[in-house]
Design a protein around this ligand. Structure first.
Ligand code: ATP
Length: 216
């Protein structure tokens, strides 16, 4: 099964990386693809450019064969719509290959505002990862869709190309990219929240207000 995990990754941090590995283990797949979005349609400007975020991701997964970076959204002009990405992958993988996308409950709560959201479940399975916070509105469209398509047995996902949803509740690290950007902007170290190679590159490029070339 091909599994993608999309996000802004501004910057990638250990919360994302741990989750990607947990997903890979729990779904019994060899690899999870991290897909940084180019122009996030649902948020404002990013702290780093697309290319800088991609470079940080490459550094973060460099020594981990279970993770890879898929830069297809960065190579596409315009906004990054998940439906387009899944359609492209479906075309590459063929009609029968199982394909799944990972999304946190925070992002899934607004699923019915995504471009072509009603088509997305037919293109891929959706893995919804429970995150702390208000959760899903029980009367909302995302909840209804989840109730209709949810399965408990991971193995079912491997037997069909898409259409199913699976809720996972893995242990999560309480780290956010927003917190990291704020910390760096305040002159505090984000060490141990991001890989050292990522922090080194953030400083080298002077991202998020980091002092270029500064020490740990
Ligand atoms: P920001 O603080 O800028 O909103 P973020 O840290 O939430 O960023 P995103 O790039 O927006 O990161 O998130 C990409 C995906 O990763 C989303 O599906 C989100 O739910 C999930 N995610 C973010 N932080 C964590 C974490 N600590 N553990 C697990 N999943 C996370």
């Amino acid at each position: 099964m091909h599994v993608i995990y999309g996000g802004t990754f501004d910057p990638i941090h250990h919360g994302h990386l741990r989750l990607a590995l947990e997903i890979s283990d729990r779904l019994s797949v060899n690899q999870v693809s991290l897909v940084p979005c180019h122009i996030p349609p649902h948020r404002g400007d990013t702290g780093a450019t697309s290319e800088q975020r991609w470079k940080l991701l490459e550094l973060a997964v460099a020594d981990e064969p279970q993770l890879r970076v898929d830069d297809r959204e960065l190579r596409r002009a315009g906004a990054s719509y998940t439906a387009d990405t899944l359609r492209q992958l479906r075309h590459e993988l063929g009609p029968d290959a199982p394909l799944a996308m990972v999304v946190g409950t925070d992002a899934f709560a607004g699923f019915d505002r995504w471009q072509e959201w009603q088509q997305i479940p037919d293109l891929a399975h959706i893995i919804v990862v429970r995150r702390p916070g208000p959760g899903l509105d029980p009367d909302g469209e995302p909840s209804r869709m989840l109730a209709k398509r949810a399965v408990r047995d991971v193995r079912l996902l491997h037997n069909q190309p898409g259409g199913l949803m699976l809720e996972l509740d893995p242990p999560l690290l309480d780290i956010s990219a927003t917190g990291i950007r704020e910390r760096i902007g305040d002159g505090r170290s984000p060490r141990y929240l991001v890989p050292d190679s990522v922090w080194r590159e953030i400083r080298r490029l002077g991202l998020y207000g980091a002092c270029p070339g500064g020490n740990f």
